[in-house]
Design a protein around this ligand. Structure first.
Ligand code: PXG
Length: 453
């Protein structure tokens, strides 16, 4: 009886699914679920610079998926790498066992990263890379006898993923306020958004270097001996494209050096060619101690992240009994064969097509197009670097974020995928973009922003 009742239920469920698409069971991440389900935006396929909806309507990808598909979509080398790997070695235990592609990938990645950032630890996302780097920093101090260095410093408006460590060092109020007391012993530098005189800067803004001195105040308040690390995005993406003022990152590096504090760059967005150099480390010529990455590492195709550590950090752990595990951290899917194979196919594509530096050849054209929107009434700031743009709109009276969200919906209807955060539109297209795509994107945005309520 019970069995039949259940079967009946299953049949009904199946039927419902077959007749009209059931959207109710999926709880969507970072999404206005009710708005979405009232008018869904469902993608069916993707190729090159475009997504395609069922029925064939094409949408230009202005954000590389979510800042991750740097080589564009459906790239042959990558598709082939995934196909080949899945039929060969599906899974290998991540702990106490290895497979060839993990070592090959780590070696090739280290070859793209400057300086002594040669040790690579694999994770499955940006959030996990951040947790990993924070734990490495605290444990590093402990293994060398400075276990009192446990405090972590983040920055207001920072985004370091959604797990407890990253959320705690992050500085986006909406991402924090619902989740209790977070990780203890965390402090925040002030952000560098909206510094006077910086509006409409082309590239790095001129003012605000001295905001890095907030770290000195924290040293004075807590004492350097309690601080493990500072984590910042060299260029903050999620909070709405916030650029580092000229000299700011260099100054942060200097203060860290003076006080034995580790510097972590979160390059989940800036890594893999976004700024026209392989990493932001190259672009800004500042070498941090740890670098977190994900997204472009696998072109978004398979989940994967990686943390790059300076040799001296790894070496500090290699001191105990030779058979002992040195770092009690890792994931079942760290260095997963599928993910490694994908990343190798992605690196092949980046290298063969020069994509890790291609943004630099388009950056001037891009900048010109970004700043061509300056005359629009609703626009209050324009920011750009590499192939990134931030278009800040004046919030609608009494309804913050509504104007930008309208722009997002209208752009989608007009065949252009953008991202919005607050009242800021962000663009970060695949690095294979051509001038005609750039013209379409900014032409469409001009029309939409002009006619926004
Ligand atoms: N650090 C940074 C700097 C990020 O930008 C993460 C960590 C977390 O990565 P995972 O893989 O756990 O999501 C991110 C992610 C957007 C947007 O449109 C940005 C992210 C994710 C989704 C949307 O700004 N960044």
């Amino acid at each position: 009886m019970h069995y039949h009742a259940e079967r009946g239920n299953e049949d009904i469920k199946k039927k419902k699914f077959m007749t009209t698409q059931n959207l109710e069971n999926y709880w969507m991440p970072f999404t206005a679920n009710r708005q979405f389900k009232s008018k869904p935006r469902i993608l069916e396929s993707a190729n090159g610079m475009y997504y395609t909806e069922k029925g064939g309507r094409k949408i230009l990808d202005g954000v590389a998926g979510l800042w991750c598909c740097n080589a564009g979509h459906n790239r042959p080398r990558i598709v082939e790498a995934v196909r080949e790997q899945v039929g060969k070695l599906d899974y290998a235990p991540a702990f106490q066992m290895g497979h060839q592609k993990q070592f090959e990938l780590a070696e090739r990645l280290a070859g793209h990263m400057p300086g002594d950032l040669n040790k690579v630890f694999f994770t499955n996302s940006g959030s996990e890379s951040v947790e990993t780097a924070l734990k490495m920093a605290i444990a590093y101090h402990r293994v060398r006898g400075e276990g009192h260095r446990t405090r972590l410093i983040g920055r207001e408006k920072g985004y370091h993923g959604v797990n407890f460590g990253g959320m705690s060092v992050g500085g986006m109020p909406a991402n924090r306020k619902m989740f209790g007391s977070l990780v203890a012993g965390v402090d925040h530098l002030r952000h560098t958004h909206g510094v006077e005189g910086n509006a409409y800067s082309k590239g790095q803004p001129q003012y605000g270097e001295e905001l890095a001195d907030d770290l000195i105040r924290m040293v004075e308040l807590h004492d350097a001996s309690t601080i493990a690390a500072v984590i910042v995005e060299p260029l903050a993406g999620s909070a709405g494209v916030i650029l580092p003022p000229q000299g700011y990152l260099q100054r942060l590096r200097k203060i860290c050096d003076e006080h034995g504090i580790l510097l972590i760059f979160d390059e989940v967005i800036t890594g893999f060619g976004r700024l026209g150099t392989p990493f932001a480390v190259d672009y800004f010529d500042v070498e941090p101690d740890l670098v977190t990455t994900a997204k472009g590492l696998t072109n978004g195709v398979v989940p994967m992240g990686a943390v790059f550590a300076q040799d001296f950090i790894y070496d500090a752990f290699m001191d105990g009994p030779p058979n002992a595990v040195e770092f009690f951290h890792g994931y079942t899917y760290s260095g997963n064969p599928m993910a490694c194979a994908t990343a190798l196919g992605v690196l092949d594509t980046y290298e063969e097509e020069g994509l890790l530096t291609r943004a630099s050849s388009l950056a001037d054209y891009w900048q010109e197009k970004v700043h061509s929107l300056r005359d629009l009434e609703h626009v209050i700031d324009l920011r750009n670097l590499g192939l990134i743009a931030g278009i800040e709109l004046r919030p609608r009276e009494g309804a913050p974020t509504a104007r930008a969200f309208d722009a997002f919906l209208q752009a989608y209807d007009a065949g252009l995928l953008i991202r919005t955060t607050g009242d800021i539109i962000a663009l970060s297209p695949p690095l294979i973009i051509e001038k005609e795509h750039i013209d379409f994107a900014f032409g469409t945005l001009r029309e939409i922003i002009t006619n926004l309520e």
